[in-house]
Design a protein around this ligand. Structure first.
Ligand SMILES: [Zn+2]
Length: 105
């Protein structure tokens, strides 16, 4: 039972990762479709109670849902005074992450 649940979880996570990868591939040709892939990935994760985790949350904008590509629709700025890295989406949404959290793992 426990093992089954674990496998199930892995399948969902793989599905979510697949959609996020697909979103990233699609964003330059079709940004709207790319956003749909992201929202689908989020829905699947939520429905199955699979946490997206810190790493996946940096793959797309939490506000507009666009998959992030550095230098394309994402600016990365180091805020050394705050000890944080700011991820700034083309929509203006800013996500700040502490250095430590990124360098860990
Ligand atoms: Zn955005």
């Amino acid at each position: 039972m426990g093992i089954m649940a674990k496998q199930e979880e892995g399948g969902i996570a793989a599905q979510v990762d697949g959609l996020l990868a697909l979103a990233k591939k699609t964003v330059k040709q079709n940004p709207e479709r790319a956003k749909k892939y992201v929202s689908l990935a989020r829905k699947i994760a939520m429905r199955n109670r699979v946490p997206l985790g810190r790493k996946r949350k940096l793959l797309f904008c939490q506000k507009c849902g666009a998959p992030w590509i550095a230098g394309y629709n994402l600016k990365v700025r180091i805020r050394s005074r705050e000890g944080k890295i700011a991820y700034i989406c083309a929509c203006g949404h800013e996500r700040k992450v502490k250095y430590k959290k990124i360098t860990k793992k």
